[in-house]
Design a protein around this ligand. Structure first.
Ligand code: FEO
Length: 171
């Protein structure tokens, strides 16, 4: 059984993961229409992953005598100035999620809720990996600047990453 303060904080995390899923879907749409085919595939996949993060929270709450609530959420932006500003926003979103996960871990310690503490470690690791991945892409973008051929190759690389993560091409 989870405590009420933990349940409330997990509900907020559901909303944050749902927003990540929706903003990455919107980024996929932008990339699709701007001709960044690989980047679009990357973000369709990221959007699916964020939905999976949300669902893990939903099941954890429901399996531990809580009742997961699905809240109304703000619509995500539809347009970005360029690929650089898009990835900067991804990093900001992921840093916000990381901070929220760390606050949840602190709360689980305060509440002496070992089950939640254990459950949250998966998110701590996932956030480290996601931030690292986005920082790597941003570093490459910094080197490339607005070099069209370089951006074309990076887009292709992102498409290959999405295909590797989803070999059946369902993204
Ligand atoms: Fe589930 Fe990347 O936050």
């Amino acid at each position: 059984m989870i405590s009420k303060p933990i349940e409330k904080a997990l509900q907020q995390q559901i909303a944050l993961e749902a927003y990540s899923s929706s903003v990455y879907l919107s980024m996929a749409c932008w990339a699709d229409v701007e001709g960044f085919e690989g980047t679009a595939a990357f973000f369709y996949k990221q959007s699916d992953e964020e939905r999976m993060h949300m669902l893990k929270l939903v099941h954890f709450i429901n399996d531990n005598d809580g009742h997961a609530q699905i809240a109304k959420q703000d619509a995500p932006p539809r347009n970005w100035k360029d690929i650089h500003s898009l990835f900067r926003e991804v990093l900001e979103q992921e840093q916000k999620v990381t901070q929220s996960i760390h606050e949840l871990v602190n709360l689980s310690l305060k509440e002496k809720d070992h089950a939640s503490h254990n459950f949250l470690q998966w998110y701590v690791n996932e956030q480290m990996e996601e931030e690292k991945q986005i920082k790597t892409i941003l570093n490459k973008l910094k080197i490339l600047g607005n070099d069209g051929s370089g951006l074309y190759l990076l887009d292709r690389e992102l498409g290959e990453r999405a295909a590797m993560a989803d070999p059946e091409g369902e993204a």
